[in-house]
Design a protein around this ligand. Structure first.
Ligand code: NAP
Ligand code: GFB
Length: 321
């Protein structure tokens, strides 16, 4: 029997994995989706107690202090320390628990800021990350270093995936923490449902920054399917990028237009260039994934945005906001 512990199981990606396992888990698998209430993974004793309770054979390690550009910019030290503690506790406890495989999660935002494009898996440590999120980036990079060290010393099958920006149901919509898509969904929903005494066509939605930066976005349910494939079939310690194609890259302004279309928003969209843009782009190549899984189909971006907006409207009361 495979017992798969998903740390960070109550978040955006964890909930997508839970949804996908409903139809795709195998007969010999039992899945556990743990959140911080099941154990604070910055605390070694609580981490060991969680592993002692679950006795996992495999771990999908998603738990992290996670946030968008503005949260990272103001909290690099916390992102560094929290995530270093979580990652060391989980990896070392997984080793001591004789877990047969651990799949951890990096991010395309951790690559060097000054780089050639497209970015690929060999470039993780080729230079400093963007200054806006160096704390998070270095903590994530150390997962890759630790994976190599556990493999060198003990032969552990510890590997990592590198998603591009992720969105979908159960995202984190808290304004001070959120990534761009949940941040915009939350703000547009609030704009549409406030000031009902002025017509919607007179309302103005503000895109933070210039709207010019470029991003690749993967729908959380697609990522969940790819992570399951990595758990079952990817045997290398080296990271693998899980991203949509380079051609799917969109501007932040285009994201705002897609969200406005999903809300059928009739007002204006303007950009507040007094707010930071962050990284201009972090274009990643998914050639390694495509070479191993040539037939994988990514969901349509516009349809996935519509599904995410509809989910937020239907689940507004209980959403993290
Ligand atoms: P999320 O929605 O913020 O969820 C974070 C998860 O980690 C939650 O389940 C949370 O538990 C758990 N957690 C946080 N601190 C914890 C602690 N001290 N002890 C135990 N659990 C803790 O994050 P996400 O977007 O799903 O991210 C999942 C993974 O993907 C992360 O490793 C992140 O770095 C990576 N990633 C995310 C993106 C993105 O765009 N979202 C892009 C690339 C990579 P609670 O629910 O109890 O708080
Ligand atoms: O998702 P996001 O916050 O993070 O996107 P990054 C930031 C971009 O979206 C910037 C613009 O260009 C912002 O100016 N933006 C426009 C907004 N409106 C909004 C809004 O309402 N909220 C937010 N948050 N942005 C993060 C890294 O970079 O990527 C993290 O800092 C993490 O470490 C994440 O890895 C995946 O894509 O810029």
């Amino acid at each position: 029997m495979e017992k798969i512990l998903v740390t960070g199981g109550t978040g955006l990606v964890g909930k997508a994995l839970e949804e996908v396992t409903k139809t795709e888990k195998q007969i010999n698998e039992v899945w556990y989706f743990a959140g911080s209430k099941d154990g604070d993974l910055t605390n070694l004793e609580e981490t060991e107690a969680l592993f002692q309770r679950i006795k996992p054979t495999c771990v999908i390690h998603l738990a992290a202090m996670v946030g968008g550009l503005f949260h990272n910019m103001n909290n690099n030290l916390d992102f560094l320390r929290e995530n270093m503690k979580i990652n060391d506790n989980v990896l070392h406890t997984a080793y001591k628990s004789n877990c047969s495989k651990v799949v951890s999660c990096l991010s395309t935002c951790i690559f060097p800021d000054k780089t050639t494009y497209p970015i690929d898996e060999t470039m993780v440590h080729n230079g400093p990350p963007h200054p806006s999120n160096y704390g998070y980036s270095y903590a994530k990079r150390m997962i890759d270093i630790a994976n190599q060290a556990y493999h060198d010393k003990y032969g552990c099958k510890f590997t990592s995936v590198v998603p591009c920006n992720i969105f979908g149901p159960y995202d984190n919509y808290k304004p001070e923490v959120s990534h761009v898509i949940p941040g915009m969904i939350h703000r547009m929903h609030k704009l549409i449902n406030s000031d009902t005494d002025i017509s919607e066509s007179e309302k103005v939605f503000t895109v933070f920054g210039s709207g010019k930066p470029l991003r690749q976005f993967i729908y959380s349910l697609d990522l969940a399917r790819l992570i399951m494939w990595v758990l079952r079939s990817y045997e290398s310690v080296q990271p693998i990028i899980l991203s949509v194609d380079e051609a799917q890259e969109v501007s932040i302004y285009q994201v705002a237009e897609s969200i406005a279309k999903a809300f059928n928003f009739k007002g204006k969209i303007v950009c507040d260039t007094t707010k930071a843009d962050g990284q201009y782009k972090k274009t990643a190549s998914n050639a390694k994934l495509r070479s191993l899984l040539p037939d994988f189909k990514f969901s349509d971006f516009e349809k996935s945005i519509k599904s995410s907006v509809d989910w937020y409207i239907e689940n507004y009361e209980n959403a993290r906001k």
